[in-house]
Ligand binder design. Sequence first.
Ligand SMILES: [Zn+2]
Length: 327
Amino acid sequence: MFPQRRMRRLRSRSIQPLLCEISVSKKDLVAPLFVDETITSPLPIESMPGQFRYPLNDIADVAAELWKKGVQAILVFGIPGDKDPFGCSAFHPEGIVQQAVRRIKAKIKEMVIITDVCACEYTDHGHCGIVGETRCGPDLLNDPSLELMNKIAISHATSGADIVAPSCMLDGMVSSIRAALDGAGFEDVLIMSYSTKFASALYGPFREAADSGFTYGDRTTYQIHPGNSREAILESQMDADEGADILMVKPAGFYLDILAEVATLGLPVAAYQVSGEYAMIKCAAHHGWIQEKETVFESLTSIKRAGATLIITYFAGDVARWLDEKQ
Ligand SMILES: [Zn+2]
């Protein structure tokens, strides 16, 4: 008790840095990248200042730039030239992601490439797989969509992806993809499951970025309601049981309690700081209402403190640069 116990002794300018429990480092970072088959020069994403869709010709250079800064992993999203009801361009050997992965691997062999496995960027209706009639009207069909995810995952692995990341929240997607990958000889390819993904309002800017808005309905029948924590933990537990190598909580900042609990399941956990989280910080900083760098570090520190092993963030490149400036 005071006066013997003085907590401020721990916070002197010389002692404090020695006692820092959590700090963000480059190896925590995963940078999302958008590669667009329909463009020939980088296209700024209006609702995500500083972020771009890149043409195929630029994507390896963009990845190399990140690698040079010290970002060791990227998460690739594709925007295809063709969309159809069945998402066929998502698993074509010459699809946009497949070509991008090959080009990046050819340029920087060591970079860890994670690919988003879903169909919402590739279907004309914008849903994450095959749609059809259900008891409540047209909606995503679970079991028929699994086969589509298997095909996408195998095509990404064939192109050289190190980790496939199914994001569709289908029941049974992890065990289905694991069996498909193993059957095709890709036992060493990891599955990072979007295991706990909430039906969040924070995905708005991403839909502009990835052109994945839907033409009818919404995703509340396959993503988790923000109020349901027990269900959220069970989703990750089930994906762990199905053989996921890395779990994920998405979004990150509004769901740190869930992240902390998922981290106790024992597997590595990725937290996805989503487009809306990025946009909020960028917008407030742009107006001078908050300090961008300090806010970004605080947000990432809180995500790591909650238990994240990896943080997927649009700030990855900036953070790597800021970390260099600090030294
Ligand atoms: Zn999707």
